[in-house]
Write a protein that binds this ligand. Structure first.
Ligand SMILES: [Zn+2]
Ligand SMILES: [Zn+2]
Length: 82
């Protein structure tokens, strides 16, 4: 609870910018922009099949692909998200 309190208190003192993609809190809009460019570049939207390397733009399409093509239920394979 102590950590939460500090976080909330800091939020009251200063406007914070939270990354919508990973939840990281940045202290300025500029650093948030830089953070997104650094950590979440274009490739972040790719979902790659670990079995055949096919790339999909949504998690759902990848899951459907794995289920239909590899007859494996999502969760049974170690899926890496890039
Ligand atoms: Zn982020
Ligand atoms: Zn595949």
């Amino acid at each position: 609870m102590a950590c939460l309190y500090v976080f909330v208190f800091a939020g009251l003192l200063k406007k914070v910018f939270t990354c919508r993609l990973c939840g990281k809190v940045l202290c300025s809009k500029a650093s948030l922009k830089r953070h997104i460019a650094d950590k979440h570049s274009e490739r972040q939207e790719e979902y790659r099949c670990v079995i055949c390397e096919r790339v999909y733009c949504s998690r759902n399409s990848l899951m459907t692909h794995i289920y239909t093509y590899h007859k494996t239920r999502p969760g049974e394979v170690d899926i890496k998200f890039f």
